[in-house]
Design a protein around this ligand. Structure first.
Ligand code: C5P
Length: 234
C-alpha cells in the first residue's frame, strides 16, 4: 500500500523560548526535524514525504533537507495557524487517491523504525492506528476556580494511554474526518477519526519517543541522541 508521510514542522515552538524555530533547534549539532525525517526516509514502507513548514523558515528548512539528503521529500508546503490547519495543508498536497497517510510531529525526533512498521501494518488492516504508551503518571482531572486549581477526579490509570505520533490513517478516512469536522479544535488527528466514529487501534510505542516542548526536553534529547549514537557505533 502506498504510504505518504506528512511531517509537521510549522509550529512556532514558543514554549521552547530558544529564539530559533523549534524544527531548527540543534540536538547535538543536528536540527530537531532532521532526526525523524532521516528515520522515515530510510524506512522501506514510506514512499513519499511532505514537510509542512512556516513561510518564514521554509527556505531554511529546504536548505537543511537538501544538506542532509532527505531524498523522499517531494514537497514542502505552508503551515497553518493551528496544528490541524497544517495537517490539512499537507493532506491537500497528497497526490495519491487512496493508500495510507502517516502523520508525524517533527517535535518527536526519536521515532524508531520497528514502531513505524507496526503502526503502518495495523493501519493497513484497520484503517486507523496510533502510536501510544501506557500512562506512567497518575492523571488528575482538575478545575480552576477563583485562581485555585482543585482536583475533580482521578482517572483510572490502567486504561490511560498517552498518544504520540506517528498516527496512520487511510487517506479516505482522514479526508472525510478533516472535511466533516473542519471547525472542531483538536490536538491530534486521532480525535477527528474518533469523532467520525472510526475505530482507532493503539500500537504500543517507546517512552523514548519524547516530544520536545520545553527547554528541559532539549537536555533530555541531547542525552538520548548521544546514547543512540553510541549504540549505533557498537
Ligand atoms: O503545538 P504542538 O506542540 O502540539 O505541535 C506539535 C507539532 O505540530 C510540532 O511538530 C509542530 O511543528 C507542528 N505544528 C505545525 N503547525 C502548527 C502548530 C504545530 O506544524 N500551526
Amino acid at each position: 500500500m502506498f504510504v505518504t508521510a506528512i511531517v509537521l514542522a510549522a509550529g512556532s515552538g514558543s514554549r521552547l523560548g530558544s529564539g530559533v524555530p523549534k524544527p531548527l533547534v540543534l540536538i547535538n549539532s543536528k536540527p530537531i526535524f532532521i532526526y525523524s525525517l532521516e528515520t522515515l526516509c530510510q524506512h522501506p514502507a514510506i514512499d513519499k514525504i511532505i514537510v509542512v513548514a512556516s513561510d518564514a523558515f521554509r527556505q531554511e528548512l529546504c536548505a537543511r533537507i537538501k544538506q542532509y539528503r532527505i531524498r523522499k521529500v517531494t514537497q514542502v508546503v505552508s503551515g497553518g495557524r493551528r496544528r490541524q490547519d497544517s495537517v490539512l495543508n499537507g493532506l491537500r498536497a497528497v497526490e495519491q487517491k487512496d493508500g495510507l497517510v502517516l502523520i508525524h510531529d517533527s517535535a518527536r525526533p526519536f521515532i524508531d523504525s520497528k514502531t513505524i512498521s507496526a503502526v503502518i501494518k495495523e493501519a493497513s488492516h484497520s484503517g486507523a492506528a496510533i502510536v501510544a504508551v501506557a500512562a506512567k503518571a497518575t492523571i488528575k482531572e482538575a478545575r480552576v476556580s477563583r485562581g485555585k486549581t482543585r482536583v475533580l477526579r482521578t482517572l483510572d490509570r490502567s486504561r490511560l494511554w498517552e498518544a504520540q505520533t506517528p498516527q496512520v490513517f487511510s487517506k479516505e478516512l482522514l479526508v472525510q474526518a478533516y472535511k466533516k469536522f473542519a471547525r472542531a479544535s483538536v490536538t491530534d488527528d486521532s480525535m477527528l477519526a474518533e469523532k467520525l466514529g472510526a475505530v482507532v487501534s493503539v500500537v504500543p510505542g517507546l517512552y523514548s519517543n519524547i516530544k520536545i516542548t520545553t527547554p528541559d526536553d532539549v537536555i533530555v534529547a541531547e542525552g538520548f541522541a548521544r546514547h543512540l549514537r553510541k549504540m549505533r557505533s557498537i
